[in-house]
Design a binder for this molecule. Structure first.
Ligand SMILES: NC(=O)c1ccc[n+]([C@@H]2O[C@H](COP(=O)([O-])OP(=O)(O)OC[C@H]3O[C@@H](n4cnc5c(N)ncnc54)[C@H](O)[C@@H]3O)[C@@H](O)[C@H]2O)c1
Length: 439
């Protein structure tokens, strides 16, 4: 029997041990999914606090309930560790570490490189290695492979390497890791077969593609599609605003077209780990091919100016009430990057708060998901205020940056002197209230 066949059989019989590296928003749900399917799953992370929390049966990602974690700890299917030597016992090493941008919007692959080195140290015959972190085409077959082969093992024969992008829509109850189709690209046909055997046990539909590069590019296409379309609608919003046309009504009307139109919605700017970051992985790589990725650059330019637009609208709204921005009390409502999540990475709220403070406004915030707001983008740590009638009445403007579903928008409109709404959260009350402007 070939090594690949032995390995495929281990995945099919679910006797394979899964190593999941990077227990964040992408890695943890996938780890739970493997463990729930009966695989012994070991989660690896360099963050001791996260590992200790998991060991105590606590969770740090709100939309993943502890009810999922506790049975897995009890039956021994899942455990987390910082001891990477346990990789030596794993049949698969699935890498879900961060891929942020560094200086000048260049890819920062340090976590991928460090992890690949660790995996190489414990690499053994039959092991499947999969990179899931979003990155530019060529990362798996150039960078990761070049590190793994230092072990002396041969890809496609001694070990198997693939790329499979993570797809997730945090806090969307309509999808789970299991039900979201998974694209998989291997370095060799055997690599693909082994990777499909692994994912095929836990994901309802796997989508094989011809190479790791195609799989890497697929993820980038998905995110660039979103980034460019959001930029397009953000630009139209700015134009329609000048023309006195409500962009939200236009989108609602256009959405009645039963074919050829997918609605995208304007907002205060892009946030989260993916959409503001990933497209620049491709535009950076494009330079190697002497190719200017103009859509990506333009979309980035438009989306990144949206927080400035929000601040401009706050200033205009206050001006109409005879108030300067300086010394105004501004209550930012919602700081997470999207509705009903606690994730503030790259959230436009951070830039909006910074810009408001630079203009000498007094800023507070309320977010039921974010009790403390700490970020390298902010000069100080902030604490969420309780959204009382008095808080709202005593501010000069409330700025809705994130439209969490539990917030009482009617109360805001009834009591704030001015509401600046970046999400159309006040749509149903706007006719009866004249203290609201869109931004
Ligand atoms: N969050 C999403 O919804 C999402 C969706 C699609 C793709 N992705 C991609 O998945 C990857 C991970 O994103 P995330 O949102 O899960 O990030 P995250 O920050 O939530 O989690 C990453 C985890 O990796 C750990 N880590 C960092 N360096 C490590 C190392 N050297 N060894 C082991 N662990 C390490 C961190 O401590 C952290 O717990 C990124 O490439 C991202 O673009 C994320």
């Amino acid at each position: 029997m070939k090594i690949s066949e032995i390995q495929i059989e281990k995945f099919r019989s679910r006797t394979a041990k899964i190593g999941l590296i990077g227990l964040g928003y992408a890695g943890l749900p996938l780890g739970f999914t493997f463990a729930e399917a009966g695989f012994e799953t070991i989660g690896f992370d360099i963050d001791t606090a996260k590992v200790e929390k998991l060991a105590r049966g606590e969770n740090y990602i709100t939309h993943l309930s502890v009810e999922r974690l506790r049975p897995l700890l009890d039956n021994g299917r899942f455990r987390a560790t910082t001891d990477f030597s346990e990789l030596a016992r794993c049949d698969a090493a699935i890498i879900c570490v961060p891929t942020p941008l560094g200086e000048g919007r260049t890819p920062d692959l340090s976590a991928v490189i460090n992890t690949a080195r660790t995996v190489a140290e414990y690499l053994h015959h039959g092991e499947l290695v999969v990179l899931e972190s979003t990155t530019y085409p060529g990362t798996t077959d150039e960078l990761v492979l070049s590190i793994l082969v230092e072990s002396g093992l041969k890809v496609g024969e001694d070990f198997f390497l693939a790329f499979s992008p993570e797809r997730e829509d945090p806090a969307n109850p309509g999808f789970t890791t299991r039900t979201i189709p998974k694209v998989v690209g291997g370095l060799t046909p055997a690599c693909l077969e082994v990777a499909l055997a692994a994912y095929g046990q836990v994901i309802e539909k796997t989508v094989p593609v011809s190479s790791a590069r195609v799989a890497e590019s697929t993820k980038l296409l998905e995110n660039i599609y979103r980034c460019v379309n959001v930029a397009m609608i953000n630009e139209l919003k700015l134009l329609f605003e000048r023309m006195g046309i409500d962009v939200w009504e236009v989108i609602r009307a256009a959405s009645t077209k039963p074919f050829g139109f997918t609605p995208f919605y304007p907002g205060p700017g892009l946030g989260g780990h993916c959409i503001p970051v990933d497209p620049f992985y491709l535009s950076w790589k494009a330079r190697e091919y002497d190719f200017p990725a103009r859509f990506i650059e333009l979309a980035g330019e438009i989306n990144s100016t949206m927080p400035n637009h929000v601040v401009q609208r706050v200033s205009e709204g206050l001006n109409l009430q005879g108030k300067p921005l300086r010394d105004s009390r501004i209550l930012v409502v919602g700081v997470a990057y999207k509705r009903d999540v606690e994730d503030v990475r790259e959230s436009p709220a951070l830039t909006i708060i910074r810009l408001l403070e630079q203009r000498l406004a007094w800023v507070t915030y309320h977010d039921p998901f974010v009790p403390l707001l700490k970020s390298r983008h902010l000069a100080r740590t902030m604490e969420s205020v309780v959204l009382t009638f008095e808080q709202v009445r005593d501010c000069d403007a409330a700025v809705i940056v994130t439209d969490h579903s539990s917030l009482d928008y009617r109360m805001l409109l009834d009591n704030a002197p001015l509401v600046v709404d970046t999400r159309n959260a006040t749509a149903q009350y706007r006719r009866s209230h004249h203290n609201v402007i869109l931004a």
